[in-house]
Design a protein. Structure first.
Length: 663
């Protein structure tokens, strides 16, 4: 386990570099990430390269016993390149070009920009191919940030037509798969299929989904260009990319070309712009542990191995609506939280607060004058405390489908429908019960998991249906959520009623569905108790399945809401609504009991326990101390039974028997 930092030597005078880098080493930092936005400094004019500054910084890092992580600088091309080739810019749906002067504005499908990428990445990787101080590379920076996965330029239009021609045998097959007879949207050839640009009414949902798939494949191809060049120069380097949390870029599509995944964690920002509820005072100081850990578990699950946090929030940040100071201890808390979920490195962003540009109000571990800020002390403490661990061993998988995210986003049927928040209803429940979770794609093998939760498998074809059926037949326990099996993989309703090809597995069909606003009473009964649900309600018609829940309010009253079915050697529960927290807990604990998965008492919001490699972390994201009950056999490596506000405790022992006591 290790701690790192992001450094921009090009922002500071050379006289300061050795001081900065020596202080990094004193703090226990092992990795220094550099170069991600430095193309203009590396190549100030075409064909004229200045590597002296980067060579010197890499050498200093090596002299002080650390390793450099270099980045391909393609997120910010220099002005001269864009002046020469303005066609490399992305275009919005209405045709407006995205201008130079920021970042992430170039088109993934531009042949010119791919050629320029190959050139600069080739020069860079050749330069450092034999440098012993360079450990690996990050490709580009935050693909998809600022809503930049999709572009609508001419290059993308041509590439989309080619992608469709590769995806379908004939244009007649496309017309059939999409159902283009609706509103006379048939196509005569692939070249006539344009990107879905602004129209008076909504674009065809199958066309929108196809463009999402194409756009994500374009990012994956562009990332592969980087990865191949890096490995060609030195196949011992690691290759990763820093994803963003809660974004729609399909991390699974890029995973095969990366050695491990990384992501950028900013807890006090995420609670302000990536969850529907107003953040609490504690969340503004430390974030929501489940919101952050869901991204930890996604990065780990997408590759099936430990991940890195490539950017960890070091203090106050500039981009959310509000910029609160994190709580004392939060930066250390976040490092332990990441490691407990499977991180092998936590890299703080950044070393020093920058004096110029768009990120002047983004804190660093040190202030702009070089003096230590609050994060420096906490990062140094975390570096002293972390120790080597094997990966997380999760017995439960949560199936996350980016394509279902895209498809339900284009046809939500309610302003309150949100794929991520529905997913988190189940994820948060599992985490509140101390259950280790891998977040995996629908294509992942499920055989190693005792239980599987699939909140929204909206697009289901025969292949996925067979995989889920085989899992249950072999003894698996499966929990399916609302909107499962509504559409086929091309975003058409199934010819049969939902859940389409999963009907035999679930033992029920969807007779009707409705969406309801929050001010309407929505209640149901389940196992003799009454619970709340929200937003979405499918009225189920049981066939072989046994009714377990029944709607009690509104037009749905008397109709089945939840069905359980025995199939082969396993069981499947199908919940047709978006459950409230208490109902989700009842469903999840029944699933865990059926699967024989150990779980804890239900911990309150902001307090979480997790296990990795035989050690248990208790993390308190709240401003009130909490007291643990622990088995007599467990000893504390860090902390004690009373975990103070925004503090941690680490036990030498498994999670079994850990609970909350009284102060």
């Amino acid at each position: 386990m290790t701690v790192g930092v992001c450094y921009f030597p090009e922002h500071w005078s050379r006289e300061r570099w050795e001081t900065d880098i020596s202080q990094m080493a004193e703090a226990g930092i092992e990795y220094v990430r550099m170069g991600e936005f430095a193309w203009g400094r590396i190549e100030p004019e075409r064909g004229t390269f200045d590597f002296a500054w980067l060579d010197e910084a890499v050498e200093l890092i090596g002299e002080f016993g650390m390793k450099a992580v270099l980045c391909t600088p393609t997120a910010t091309p220099p002005k001269w390149l864009v002046d020469e080739h303005p066609d490399v810019r992305q275009r919005d749906r209405d045709g407006t070009p995205r201008e130079w002067g920021s970042r992430r504005f170039t088109c993934f499908n531009s042949p010119t920009y791919r050629s320029e990428t190959e050139r600069i990445v080739g020069v860079l990787t050749e330069r450092y191919a034999d440098n012993p101080h360079v450990a690996g590379w990050q490709t580009d920076n935050e693909f998809g940030c600022h809503e930049t996965v999709t572009c609508y330029c001419e290059d993308c239009g041509e590439a989309f037509s080619e992608w469709l021609a590769d995806s379908y045998e004939t244009v007649a097959d496309l017309n059939e798969a999409w159902g283009t007879a609706f509103w006379s949207q048939q196509y005569d050839d692939f070249e006539s299929v344009d990107p879905p640009k602004p129209t008076p009414a909504a674009n065809h949902p199958s066309r929108v989904l196809a463009y999402e798939r194409f756009s994500n494949d374009s990012v994956a191809e562009y990332n592969r260009l980087h990865a191949d060049l890096i490995r060609e120069a030195n196949d011992e380097w690691f290759v990763t990319h820093n994803f963003m949390g809660g974004f729609s870029l399909d991390a699974f599509r890029l995973a095969d070309d990366l050695d491990f995944l990384s992501w950028d964690s900013y807890p006090t920002g995420f609670v302000q712009d990536r969850q529907p509820d107003t953040p609490t005072a504690d969340e503004l100081r430390a974030g929501n542990p489940d919101q952050v850990s869901m991204n930890h578990d996604l990065q780990r699950g997408a590759k099936g191995k430990p991940f890195w946090v490539m950017e960890q929030q070091p203090g106050d940040i500039n981009w959310p609506p509000q910029s609160p100071q994190p709580a004392d201890g939060a930066m250390r808390l976040w490092a332990h939280h990441a490691v407990a979920h499977g991180a092998d490195a936590v890299v703080y962003f950044r070393w020093r607060r920058c004096r110029q540009g768009q990120e002047q109000y983004h804190a660093g571990l040190r202030r702009q004058d070089g003096s230590p800020d609050r994060g420096y002390r906490e990062a140094s403490t975390a570096a002293d405390e972390l120790f080597d661990l094997d990966s997380v061993d999760a017995s439960v998988a949560l199936v996350h489908d980016y394509e279902s995210l895209w498809a339900t986003r284009s046809q939500p049927l309610s302003p309150d429908w949100d794929y991520w928040n529905h997913l988190r209803t189940y994820y948060d429940t599992l985490r509140a019960r101390g259950v280790q979770v891998d977040i995996v794609s629908p294509e992942a093998s499920l055989e190693r998991y005792d239980a599987v939760v699939a909140p929204t498998l909206y697009l289901v074809g025969d292949e996925l249906s067979t995989a889920l059926t085989d899992y249950v037949d072999s003894g698996g326990s499966l929990l399916l959520g609302a909107r499962t099996g509504e559409k086929d993989p091309y975003n058409q309703l199934h010819e049969s009623l939902a859940p389409g090809p999963l009907t035999s597995l679930t033992g029920a069909r969807v007779a009707r569905h409705e969406t309801l606003p929050d001010h309407i009473e929505t209640r149901l009964s389940y196992d003799g108790a009454t619970y709340e649900f929200r937003t979405w309600a499918s009225w189920l018609a049981p066939e072989d399945g046994v009714p377990r829940g029944e709607y009690r309010t509104g037009e749905a009253a008397g109709n089945t809401a939840i069905v359980r079915n025995d199939a082969g050697n396993g069981t499947v529960t199908y919940c047709g609504c978006w459950p409230g927290d208490d109902l989700a807990d009842a469903l999840v604990t029944e699933l865990l009991d059926a699967a024989g998965v150990e779980y804890t008492e239900r911990f309150p919001d902001g307090v979480r326990v997790m296990e990795r490699d035989g050690y248990t972390w208790a993390l308190n994201f709240t401003s009130d101390p909490v007291t643990l009950t622990v088995p007599d056999s467990a000893g504390f490596l860090l902390g004690e039974a009373t975990v103070d506000a925004f503090d941690i405790a680490v036990l030498d022992g498994s999670i079994g028997g850990v609970g909350l006591g009284s102060e």
